[in-house]
Design a protein around this ligand. Structure first.
Ligand code: ADP
Length: 377
């Protein structure tokens, strides 16, 4: 338990906002709570309450349900939009089950029916502040855990890459016969080892690329870019792969499109991942279509294939790191399960979004939304 003085000091920092049109209630609450050392603010209506919430960011808002103008319920919804961590306690003179349930649905923490005693008010306030402290602490710990995991993976990836590259260089010395003759059988084994090391290095590079995207390095290189040339270059780059897999690539876009702000190389990487998936997971003789169009403030890029599709149970996980669908159809396709998380991170760094629709046996469509800027290309 915190020593008395310390507890008092901690509480002093907590700010409580009382929003009630009844001056007598506001005064009574102030009196009851100021004894505990809180900082107290009041508002006589919803609008003033909202303004104070934006300005002073209180830990708790005590909200009267029945006020002229904006109702308490309406206010509650707006308060949660401003700060979902505010602990809202609803005060009402007509405590019915329905209004309590309604307030809880709007994320109110508790319900205080009038008349209430100063002690009841203090107990609810103390509990509410404790809950807020725990919520904020838990969010902070989650954030810290995420950061530690990222740092750990980045560190391990860096440390693994150098020895692997060095092993690969040595293998190439053998394969190039610079260290003496190599029999056909030995060459076969060495080549297989080399291929596996290649895959490992690719996984590590992909993982490092996620860390790089998350640390916002790509934002530093944002510039106005037009998307169609990026898509055309990507299609061209992947043409040999498409031809090998007997896939026809098609592109359908209007003559003139607005430009976007972004990092050319990383956008190319995101679309390479999406388009190459549309080739790998397609059927022999299938089609991959890329459609681009404007929709309100966005450019929409749809990448559709006519391939194996993804089952509804697996679909929610495909943007998770290292997730791969394991079926008879996918077993011959090598990959790392990092292509989609990389594409998603890049697109979100561009303030865009990505979604997927798929029908097993028919095909998959990835839709990417990127915010446009009004200048046309
Ligand atoms: P990788 O392709 O390297 O395994 P991704 O992160 O790019 O990793 O994709 C994750 C998984 O999602 C793939 O393993 C595959 O099972 C599935 N997937 C991705 N794109 C498609 C697609 N166009 N059609 C069917 N399945 C797909």
């Amino acid at each position: 338990m915190a020593p008395c003085g310390l507890e008092h000091k901690m509480r002093k920092k907590d700010c409580i906002l009382i929003i009630d049109d009844d001056e007598a209630i506001r005064d009574a609450c102030c009196q009851a709570l100021s004894r505990d050392g809180y900082r107290i603010e009041t508002a006589e209506d919803g609008d003033t309450g909202l303004q104070k919430i934006r300005e002073i960011k209180p830990g708790i808002a005590l909200i009267d349900l029945k006020m002229p103008g904006m109702s308490g319920m309406e206010l509650l919804e707006k308060v949660m939009d401003i700060d979902s961590n505010i602990v809202a306690v609803v005060i009402t003179g007509y405590a019915t089950i329905e209004s309590a349930v309604e307030a809880m649905k709007q994320n109110a923490y508790d319900f205080l029916p009038k008349p209430f005693t100063p002690d009841q008010l203090r107990v609810v306030t103390r509990r509410g502040l404790e809950r807020r402290r725990l919520t904020l602490e838990s969010a902070r710990l989650q954030q810290e855990k995420k950061k530690m995991r990222e740092n750990f993976i980045a560190l391990v990836s860096h440390q693994l890459r150098s020895p692997l590259v060095s092993i690969q260089q040595n293998l190439e010395v053998f394969l190039g016969r610079f260290a003496g003759e190599v029999t056909f059988k030995q060459k076969e084994i060495l080549e297989s080892v080399n291929n596996r090391i290649d895959e490992l290095i690719k996984i590590i590079n992909n993982r490092l690329s996620i860390t790089c995207i998350k640390s916002s390095k790509i934002v530093e290189k944002f510039e106005p870019v037009s998307l169609v040339p990026i898509l055309s270059e990507t299609i061209e780059l992947l043409r040999p792969l498409a031809e090998r897999n007997k896939i026809t690539q098609k592109m359908d876009s209007p003559d003139s499109l607005p430009i976007i702000r972004g990092n050319r190389e990383s956008l190319k990487q995101a679309f390479t991942n999406l388009i190459s998936n549309g080739i790998y997971y397609n059927k022999e003789g299938g089609t991959l279509t890329i459609r681009v169009r404007e929709e309100e403030n966005y450019l929409v890029i749809e990448i559709s294939d006519t391939g194996m599709g993804i089952s509804p149970e697996k679909l929610p996980f495909i943007f998770d790191e290292f997730f791969r669908v394991k079926t008879r159809e996918t077993q011959g396709i090598t990959g790392s399960g990092l292509g989609l998380p990389i594409a998603k991170s890049i697109i979100e760094t561009h303030n865009g979004s990505i979604k997927v629709e798929s029908e097993p046996g028919k095909g998959t469509t990835f839709s990417v939304l990127l915010p446009k800027i009004e200048v046309r290309q």
